[in-house]
Every structure is written in C-alpha cells, then in structure tokens.
Design a protein around this ligand. Structure first.
Ligand SMILES: [Fe+2]
Length: 288
C-alpha cells in the first residue's frame, strides 16, 4: 500500500458514525487498490471522469442513467442478493430499474392501467389476479401495489411523449383476503436506452440492450418488508441473457388465453377473449 493511500484513509478517521466511516475508508482503500492493480494511466483517468460526468448530465426527473449503469454492471442485483436473504416461501425481489414514477393514479380492484390503447394492434387484455400474503399464507389486506410496464413500443410513459404519464402505471390496494386484480396488456421485451454513456458501454462491449418482457411491482404493507420485483413471461427469448441480470426462476409466469365469458364482462368489464396470469405475492414479515 502506498503511504498516500494510508494518509487518505486516516483523513477520514474523524467521521463519528462507525458505519459511515467504514463505508468511506473501505471505498478509498479499494479504489486505490484497483488503480494500483491496473496501473491506471492519466488518459484512462480522464476518460473515466468524462464518462461519469456525462452519466450525471444524462440524469433528470424521468431519466436515471446512474441506476442504469448500476443495473448493467450487476451492482443492483448484487445489492439485492446481499440484502434479501430469501425466506423459502417469500417472493424473490429483483431490480428496481430507472423507470419508476411515484404518485401514479390509484385504481380500483380489477381496473385497467391502460389509459390509451394502441389503435394499430388491438391487444387482448391481460388480467393479473392473485393474493398478497405473509409466509404463513395469511392474507395481507390493504397492501399497496404499485405497477408499471412498457407500452407495445417498448417504452415507458415518461420516456415517450406520446403516452400520458399514468399510462400503464397505477396503484392498487389488496382486498380483505389479500386479493388483487389488475388489467393490463401483455408486456413486450424492450431495449434499455442506448443514447447515453451506458449505451456506449454496451456497444463497446458488444453486449445487447434487451430485457425480457416483464411487469414491475412494488408492494408495501405495514409490518412487512417492501417487495420490489417483476413478473416475467415464460418463453421470452431474453430470459437467459437479461442485460441487467434481473431474472429469477420463481418470477417467470405462464399466461393463458381465456375465451369471452359473461361473468368476466360483468365482474371486470372484459368484453373479449383475454389473457390471464395468477400470481401470489409473499411478503416477509418485519422482525417484531
Ligand atoms: Fe422494466
């Protein structure tokens, strides 16, 4: 170790919070070790500063290039691995991603998150139903279910000026027996944004930009750990090579086509054939 490295570590010794001190001094030590290991050149240092500067400049209210960078480097999933020791029965978590928007419309049980359908390809509705439960399968009532997904063009509202901000987004609350019902459309595989530094990195590395089709969920309930996850659709060609490493087997769901029924029209206002997914979300309890 260079004396300089030790001097830098020592310079942080007055941080009072032990955890914060540990985080900063370890970061300094590991960064110095990396730079020493690779014998970083002046030119490479300038390229790194330029890359990080442009990554920051790419961020705004509805674009988060740093989360994208964390995602494609596998950092988001590593943090997930470390922090979510799976209870056997608990629904696995996965990446949060850069496309969440808070305070989206609260919708009724069974309502649709589609605010304007694509008129070129009239898609059948997708009905997602199931329950939110604890690991003992007790229902969780009033769990807040936030959902977001891309439109058929592979873009999220917020990325795409043609979509209202609330399109394919919404907040639902679970019912007395933990049950929820949400109408949407079948999600599509999409490419993450390629017009920023993360795109340069993937192109340079000859990596693809695809994520397998998925729907995002964030479920929050009193006395339970928040669950941030996706549901992926089986048979997607990118399940094995998700560019952000987010796929877990327990999150891959099958979906079935169901024919029109008067019962479903009466219950959920579905006046056509439709697709159906059933999924039970299991939230871990917070320690008492
Ligand atoms: Fe996504």
């Amino acid at each position: 170790m260079y004396q300089l490295t030790q001097d830098v570590i020592d310079s942080f010794s007055k941080i009072e919070n032990e955890r914060q001190k540990h985080l900063i001094t370890t970061l300094a030590a590991k960064l110095h070790e990396y730079i020493e290991d690779v014998q970083l050149s002046q030119n490479e240092w300038e390229m790194a500063i330029d890359f990080l500067t442009r990554t920051g400049q790419m961020c705004h209210g509805q674009r988060q290039e740093y989360i994208l960078l964390s995602d494609v480097m596998g950092i988001s999933m590593l943090v997930d691995e470390i922090n979510h020791h799976q209870h056997e029965k608990q629904t696995p978590s996965t990446v949060f991603g850069p496309f969440f928007i808070p305070e989206m419309p609260v919708r009724d049980y069974g309502a649709s998150i589609v605010e304007h359908a694509d008129t070129e390809t009239e898609q059948l509705p997708l009905l997602i139903t199931g329950r939110v439960v604890d690991p003992d399968l007790n229902p969780i009532q009033n769990a807040k279910i936030e959902i977001w997904q891309t439109a058929e063009n592979g873009m999220y509202s917020g990325q795409d000026a043609a979509q209202q901000l609330g399109n394919l987004r919404g907040i639902f609350y679970s019912q007395a027996q933990g049950e929820y019902a949400i109408q949407s459309i079948i999600p599509v595989s999409y490419q993450i944004p390629s017009d920023g530094p993360v795109g340069e990195l993937l192109n340079f590395s000859k990596r693809h930009f695809w994520r397998p089709a998925h729907i995002h969920f964030m479920i929050t309930a009193e006395n339970h750990h928040r669950l941030v996850t996706h549901l992926f659709l089986k048979d997607d060609p990118y399940l094995e090579s998700d560019t952000v490493f987010g796929v877990k087997d327990a999150l891959i769901v099958d979906y079935q086509r169901c024919e029109y029924s008067a019962e479903m029209e009466q219950k959920f206002n579905i006046d056509s054939a439709y697709y159906k997914v059933d999924y039970q979300f299991v939230l871990a309890k917070e320690q008492a």
